[in-house]
Design a protein around this ligand. Structure first.
Ligand SMILES: CC(C)(COP(=O)(O)OP(=O)(O)OC[C@H]1O[C@@H](n2cnc3c(N)ncnc32)[C@H](O)[C@@H]1OP(=O)(O)O)[C@@H](O)C(=O)NCCC(=O)NCCS
Length: 141
């Protein structure tokens, strides 16, 4: 088993995390993932986003935050050579602990419909697919 630690995500890890996200299938990156936006996100949501580190390298990462009512989790990724060792589940649990500690009782996430293994992971962790909801989005600029 891999010897890993779960640590707070800080901007010192940004390059490594961005590289992991870029090489991870199922993670969709956008202008919202540029350094300035991620720094702002981490500042707004302290203590809720995490990296997993093994042998000094980032092998997993997740972003999490809330709007005062509900939590939102983004970009969970575990390096392909480090999967099925509990790292993904441990990262998510730390996020949920962070939300609970702020009184947030429910968390949502987005997953691409094409990401069947991602969907299986979330189901195995007790997440419910919301068949009665449709995600709608609009650019503000
Ligand atoms: C999804 C992902 C984060 C899981 O990370 P992981 O560290 O391998 O997950 P864990 O080891 O914590 O898995 C815990 C349990 O989840 C389930 N699980 C994990 N990966 C699974 C998969 N690909 N298919 C089905 N079930 C899965 C299993 O029940 C597993 O327990 P087990 O290994 O004892 O059978 C990782 O596969 C990944 O980075 N995938 C690509 C990115 C992605 O899809 N992210 C999520 C969408 S936002």
């Amino acid at each position: 088993m891999l010897d890993y630690s779960i640590e707070a995500f800080t901007m010192r890890d940004y390059e490594a995390v961005y590289g992991l996200w870029r090489e991870t299938e199922g993670v969709g990156l956008s202008s919202a993932d540029e350094p300035e936006q991620i720094a702002a996100y981490l500042e707004r949501n302290p203590g809720m986003s995490f990296v997993a580190r093994a042998g000094g390298e980032v092998v997993g990462a997740v972003l999490c935050g809330h709007d005062g009512r509900r939590g939102l989790l983004h970009h969970l990724a575990v390096r392909s050579d480090s999967r099925r060792q509990g790292i993904g589940a441990a990262l998510v649990e730390r996020c949920l602990e962070g939300l609970r500690s702020q009184g947030i009782e429910k968390c949502h996430l987005f997953v691409f419909r094409s990401n069947q293994s991602g969907i299986e992971f979330w189901r195995s962790q007790g997440w419910e697919e919301r068949l009665t909801l449709v995600l709608m989005s609009k650019d503000t600029v």
